[in-house]
Design a protein around this ligand. Structure first.
Ligand SMILES: *Cc1c(COP(=O)(O)O)cnc(C)c1O
Length: 413
């Protein structure tokens, strides 16, 4: 087979299914009004975007840009090596120490380990802990990085239906494997729903299992002080293996695990995505310390409150606005987080609606099966503290204007 011919055919198939993905090029900092160059076109635009993970609007914060510059001035540009061979620097160590203080109230004898990305953290943690005498019980809607980590691990993997605690309990009860890990997202990426953490922890305790929770969407955002799902759900347990990421609420990049120090020491010895990669530039770790300052200070409080107000406003106003449209199939999924799913149902209608919003200057991504269950294609609205009430009003008005056109054109009467 000729590889290039083969791949061209596969790409043409993606085109035919309208599944081909293209990148925009951002020419300004990440804000809801970022300037973008369209793929392959000369045109630039400044749409109102509801697609970023920058939930607290920190990605473009001047204090973090300044801290990054200060870190670079102090430590230089690159780390020069992997953490175990020369690349581990005072900024990385200080960050781990600070995070250990954050999670000490939740995990006894806690230690932390800084990874370059959340994807790498999940791969490294699941492969290092998921030995052949272990079983990983994973929620079917877990993030791709947890799915890939489970695939790479030597452990058996049992996937339980999303959020189904009875099914999970049944699987835990019948398992005779020596080591059990429950593996879950805290906030699920496509519906914005929150895992039943107290029930999961109770099951872990009851069945002598460990609870690995990926809090990518919760770190910095959930909880009174931004400690994420641990604070929000008031989790206190030696069994908790907490993963936070810095590319979303914290406005930067990187990830960490917080767990009992024996577990963290094992990860330091065995997590391949920690060991066999260049340490993140120390300047990033230095800037992350500044991000933690913001998150735990008055500014973090204000930004979390602003985001929560946006969530509450949209949950109140959008369903009412949609209900006023006769026969409109759109509905807003119930979500208390920044991820707000506007479920359309039909694939073509969802794409058409996203395209119409795009033409009207709003970026709201369409998500289709197999990423979400068949018949639940949706617009995935991501809210940020950087949005204004006026931005949200514009979103609701645009949905009210365009939804009827799309459903009339593409849906059976
Ligand atoms: C974004 C995300 C990740 C990946 O984190 P990165 O730091 O971007 O690699 C992992 N898990 C979940 C649930 C995520 O949403």
């Amino acid at each position: 087979m000729n590889l290039l011919v083969h791949l061209d055919q596969q790409l043409a198939l993606l085109d035919a299914l309208a599944l081909r993905r293209r990148r925009h090029v951002a020419t300004t900092a990440c804000t809801p009004h970022q300037t973008l160059a369209a793929p392959g076109a000369e045109t630039v635009s400044t749409p109102l975007a509801f697609c970023s993970n920058d939930y607290l609007g920190l990605a473009a914060h001047p204090a973090l840009a300044a801290a990054l510059a200060e870190g670079a001035a102090r430590y230089g540009a690159g780390s020069g090596g992997s953490h175990l061979i020369g690349g581990h620097c005072a900024a990385h160590a200080a960050l781990e120490q600070r995070l250990a203080q954050w999670y000490a109230p939740y995990i006894p004898e806690v230690a932390t380990l800084f990874f370059s990305t959340g994807y790498m953290a999940n791969l490294g943690i699941l492969t290092a802990l998921g030995s052949s005498d272990a079983v990983l019980f994973t929620d079917k809607l877990n993030h791709a990085s947890l799915i890939d980590g489970a695939r790479l691990a030597d452990a058996q993997v049992e996937r339980y239906p999303h959020g189904n605690m009875d099914n999970l309990a049944m699987r835990l009860a019948r398992s005779t494997v020596a080591l059990k890990f429950i593996v879950t997202d805290s906030v699920f990426s496509m519906d914005g729903d929150i895992a039943p953490m107290q029930e999961l922890l109770a099951l872990a305790q009851q069945h002598d299992a460990w609870l690995v929770v990926d809090d990518a969407h919760g770190f910095g955002v959930l909880g009174r002080h931004g400690r994420g799902i641990a604070e929000y759900a008031d989790l206190h347990s030696e069994r908790l293996i907490y993963i936070g990421t810095f590319g979303k609420g914290a406005g930067l990049s990187g990830a960490f695990v917080a767990a009992h120090r024996t577990i963290v020491e094992w990860l330091l010895q065995r997590a391949r995505t920690y060991i066999f990669t260049t340490a993140t530039p120390p300047a990033v770790a230095h800037a992350l310390l500044a991000s933690l300052d913001l998150l735990e200070g008055a500014e973090g409080d204000a930004r979390r409150a602003a985001l929560q107000r946006h969530v509450a406003w949209l949950q109140e106003r959008l369903p009412a606005a949609l209900a006023s449209l006769p026969g409109c199939p759109l509905r807003l999924g119930a979500s208390q987080t920044a991820i707000q799913p506007v479920i359309v149902g039909d694939n073509a209608a969802t794409l058409a609606l996203s395209a119409r919003l795009d033409a009207a200057g709003l970026r709201v991504p369409a998500i289709r099966p197999p990423t979400v269950p068949a018949g639940t294609a949706r617009l995935r609205v991501s809210l940020s503290a950087a949005h204004t009430r006026a931005d949200l009003e514009r979103l609701v008005a645009a949905l009210v204007e365009h939804a009827p056109q799309v459903s009339a054109a593409t849906l059976p009467a």
